[in-house]
Design a protein around this ligand. Structure first.
Ligand code: ADE
Length: 254
C-alpha cells in the first residue's frame, strides 16, 4: 500500500517511519511512504503557502492552489481511485473501523493542516474526507497523519502477524486484558495464578472477563457496541457499580 503525505513541514516525518515495524514494512516494500512539501507547488518567489482569512480573524489560512496542485500532480492517474484525507480537529473521528477501511485500499493521501486551517475549497475540490484523531487540538496535522499511517499500515497484510491483530483492543469492541511476563513477583505483586494454570479455556475466560471489566470502568462508551452475552452484561454492570471487586480498579495503583 502507498501513503502520500502533504505537509509544510516534511522534516517532522523523519523518525517515526524509520524504526520498528514500519521500517521493516518499508524495507520489504509492503508499504511505501512518500512525503511531499506543499511549498514545492507554490508559484511565487517566497514560496507562500498561506494567507490572511477572508472576513478577518486571527491567524493564517493555508491557501488552496498549492495543496490541490500537489495532490493532483502526485496522484496523477490514481487521483480518482485514491481516498484523500485532510487531518483536522474539526473532522469525523478516526477509529479502528476507518483504519480497517483504508487498509483495504491501494493508496491513501493525507493532507496536514496548519495555522488556523485550510481553505475550505481544498476539501471540496479534492472530495476529501476530514478526519480528527481525537478531541484535542494539535499544533498541526502532521502528528495526526503519522497516527493514521501507523494504524492503517499495521493492518496491511504482511506488515504484522495476523494473530496479533485478531484479538486486539477495539476489534472486538473491548479494550485489551492485562498482560504479564517474567518475573513472577515484582514489587510485591504476583502474576494472577490462573495464567500459570496451563488451563487454556480458564485463561481465555479470565482474559475476556478482565477485558469486559476494564472496558466497563475505563471506556463505558464502547460497551453498547460490544458483543456480550447476558452474563457478560452483568459482569460489566457489576464492574461499573464496583460489585464483586477484583484487582483492576481502572486507575493508577500508587
Ligand atoms: N490537527 C490539529 N488537531 C488535530 C486532531 N485532533 N486531529 C487531526 N488533526 C488535527
Amino acid at each position: 500500500m502507498r501513503f502520500d503525505l502533504f505537509t509544510l513541514f516534511p522534516e517532522m516525518f523523519a523518525g517515526p517511519f524509520e524504526a520498528s515495524i514500519l521500517k521493516r514494512a518499508r524495507a520489504a516494500g509492503t508499504i511505501v511512504i512518500g512525503v511531499h512539501d506543499i511549498r514545492d507547488w507554490t508559484t511565487d518567489r517566497h514560496r507562500t503557502a498561506d494567507d490572511t482569512p477572508y472576513g478577518g480573524g486571527a491567524g493564517m489560512v493555508m491557501a488552496a492552489p498549492p495543496i490541490v496542485a500537489a495532490v493532483e500532480a502526485t496522484l496523477g492517474d490514481e487521483f480518482a481511485s485514491t481516498p484523500i484525507v485532510v487531518l483536522s480537529p474539526a473532522g469525523r473521528r478516526f477509529t479502528q473501523e476507518v483504519a480497517r477501511d483504508y487498509a483495504g485500499r491501494q493508496r491513501l493521501a493525507l493532507i496536514c493542516g496548519h495555522y488556523e486551517g485550510i481553505d475550505e475549497r481544498v476539501v471540496e475540490a479534492l472530495g476529501a474526507d476530514e478526519l480528527s484523531i481525537g478531541d484535542y487540538v494539535l499544533t498541526g496535522g502532521e502528528l495526526a497523519a503519522m497516527v493514521v499511517v501507523d494504524a492503517v499500515a499495521r493492518l496491511v497484510p504482511g506488515v504484522i502477524a495476523s494473530a496479533s491483530i485478531a484479538e486486539e483492543s477495539h476489534d472486538v469492541g473491548l479494550v485489551e486484558y492485562p498482560h504479564y511476563t517474567r518475573p513472577l513477583r515484582f514489587r510485591e505483586r504476583e502474576v494472577p495464578p490462573v495464567l500459570l494454570s496451563g488451563h487454556h479455556a480458564e485463561i481465555a475466560r479470565w482474559r475476556r472477563e478482565q477485558a469486559i471489566r476494564r472496558t466497563a470502568r475505563r471506556r463505558p462508551d464502547l460497551l453498547p457496541l460490544a458483543d456480550l452475552t447476558e452474563a457478560e452484561r452483568r459482569i460489566a454492570a457489576d464492574a461499573i457499580t464496583g460489585e464483586n471487586e477484583t484487582a483492576d480498579s481502572g486507575s493508577p495503583h500508587r
